[in-house]
Ligand binder design. Structure first.
Ligand SMILES: Cc1cc2nc3c(=O)[nH]c(=O)nc-3n(C[C@H](O)[C@H](O)[C@H](O)COP(=O)(O)O)c2cc1C
Length: 303
């Protein structure tokens, strides 16, 4: 029995469902110094903005119980630098390239999507960054602005559009439904949970920008619940993200209904975590005599 891990978003085929999460693996090249990133299903870039951004003041990352709090503030060198310097190298890897985009307005999202159309395999629309004053998560916390931005991006794109949602809302599945209605080809969730960490001696926040976004094992049960609710609500593929540290976590996400998983914070602990997780998934499926992911997707018994 041959194991087939391939899966699709729209018409784009992914050789397996393990993706490097945005902001945690740069543009692929750094990770490729450690392992062959061509083995992954895809690499999602750090979120790209129209203009270069310096990001937030330090400290930008602090370890918390079972996780980490970050407030990078979308530091990146802008779309032109990405096209000239990062994309050529990214394209040499034999894996799908997903460009994550972040704008301050619908027009900026449209400009980014139009520029990247057909240059990459898919676009992940980040409407969920909790660490910027303008744009970011504010787009993804209102149903009408979510609808508008997805429709705007979809109108200028012929490649698959993935919308990355914030968990900092009451009913994330309602946002997923709006994205599906507006033409999204897949949903990814979750981005980080807004959080705070205080130094009791100085009585200051441990994060330079005061608040940050929580990720890692601490958020896994929350993310898993969000994926389960969303997968029951939409018909398009759901990409699970949040605290996937090993293959068991990954299988849980598939059983909750995810078609793909993204590996984020785990990469900070072990740079080749995504490869180890991919190998663990394969071993588990072989041991269980399962030949494709669909056989375990959403199979959780609810009574
Ligand atoms: C240091 C850091 C930077 C991040 N930057 C981005 C980003 O630029 N765009 C984005 O959509 N998500 C970003 N994220 C969120 C991750 O992609 C992911 O959604 C989140 O960390 C939850 O997954 P995890 O628990 O596996 O890390 C970042 C996360 C971290 C820890």
């Amino acid at each position: 029995m041959k194991l087939d891990l391939s899966t699709k978003i729209g018409t784009v085929l992914f050789k397996n469902p393990v993706l490097a999460a945005s902001g945690t693996s740069g543009y692929g090249a750094i990770l490729n110094d450690i392992f062959d990133v061509s083995q992954l299903g895809g690499i999602i870039t750090k979120s790209i903005t129209v203009k270069p951004r310096k990001g937030n003041p330090p400290p930008r990352i602090i370890e918390t119980s079972c996780g980490m709090l970050n407030s990078i503030g979308l530091e990146n060198r802008g779309i032109q630098y990405f096209l000239d310097e990062n994309l050529p190298r990214l394209k040499t890897f034999k894996t799908n390239v997903i460009a994550s985009i972040a704008g301050n307005s619908d027009e900026e999202y449209a400009m980014l999507a139009e520029t990247l159309n057909k240059q990459v395999d898919a676009i992940e629309v980040n409407i969920s960054c909790p660490n910027v004053k303008e744009g970011g998560m504010s787009f993804g916390q209102e149903l009408h602005s979510t609808r508008k931005v997805v429709e705007t991006v979809k109108a200028v794109s012929s490649i698959p559009i993935i919308v990355k949602l914030t968990p900092n809302v009451t009913r994330i599945e309602d946002f997923a439904k709006v994205c599906e209605e507006s033409g999204a080809d897949a949903i990814s969730l979750v981005n980080t949970y807004k959080g705070l960490s205080i130094d009791i001696r100085s009585r200051r926040s441990n994060i330079g920008a005061f608040t940050g976004g929580l990720s890692g094992p601490a958020i896994k049960p929350l993310a898993l619940y969000a994926v389960w609710k969303t997968a029951k609500t939409v018909g398009i593929p759901v990409i699970g993200c949040g605290g996937v540290m090993n293959y068991v976590d990954a299988i849980e996400f598939f059983m909750a209904g995810a078609s793909f998983i993204e590996i984020g914070s785990a990469t900070f602990r072990e740079p080749d975590a995504s490869l180890k997780i991919l190998r663990g998934i394969k071993q588990f499926l072989e041991d269980e005599n399962i030949c494709c992911l669909n056989d375990i997707k959403g199979v959780i018994h609810e009574c």
